[in-house]
Design a protein around this ligand. Structure first.
Ligand code: HEC
Length: 159
């Protein structure tokens, strides 16, 4: 036996109205979900970004340390503690030189000295990214950097 039809028949005005109401209700429900979830997402955004930055810094620091050890430590010393070239692991250098300046110094070198330009733009071997990695590494030394008043001569930290 076919089931007894309940409610209005398809496409009659009453049926159309109910159908429309259903769509409107779902529409409102979805809109509500969007309106609520967007601010919630925005609330989490700053910490997501901070996490991403911390993670990137950690990666940069590690590859920067490797690059430094391979390319720079013969003159600037292991861990940038000085040698025949300035001691960059020093309060005096890190406290007075901004990241952008260090990038320029590494990229362009110092004319007339054994500090050659390292950027590929000037015939060196490092990409802009690799130079930023080295700078992130050097900056990470700052919190524990010792005082080395004669840092420019490559002096070692006094203990
Ligand atoms: C062959 C030796 C040598 C190598 C290798 C070398 N440097 Fe240098 N670097 C020097 C000398 C010498 C100076 C000082 C130049 C001057 O001021 O006369 C210097 C200066 C610098 C300075 C500027 C500091 C200041 O204020 O005087 C930075 C930054 C620097 N080097 C970073 C690097 C990095 C990073 C690397 C590796 C990618 C590197 N150097 C490799 C010899 C070297």
């Amino acid at each position: 036996m076919p089931p007894k039809p309940t409610g209005p028949r398809e496409f009659e005005p009453e049926w159309l109205k109910r159908s429309l109401d259903r769509y409107l209700t779902w529409g409102l429900a979805f809109m509500f979900v969007l309106v609520v979830s967007f601010p919630l997402y925005r609330l989490r955004e700053p910490s997501l970004r901070a996490d991403a930055k911390t993670e990137q810094d950690a990666l940069y620091k590690k590859s920067g340390a490797d690059l430094f050890s391979k390319n720079c430590s013969t003159c600037h010393g292991e861990n940038a503690t000085g040698g025949t070239a300035p001691t960059m692991n020093s309060k005096q250098f890190l406290g007075t030189t901004e990241d952008g300046q260090i990038v320029l110094l590494i990229a362009g070198g110092v004319s007339g000295s054994s500090m050659s330009p390292w950027s590929q733009d000037f015939g060196g071997s490092l990409t802009a990214e690799q130079i930023r990695e080295i700078v992130t590494y050097l900056r990470s030394l700052e919190p524990k950097a010792p005082s080395v008043p004669d840092w420019r001569t490559g002096a070692k930290a006094e203990n």
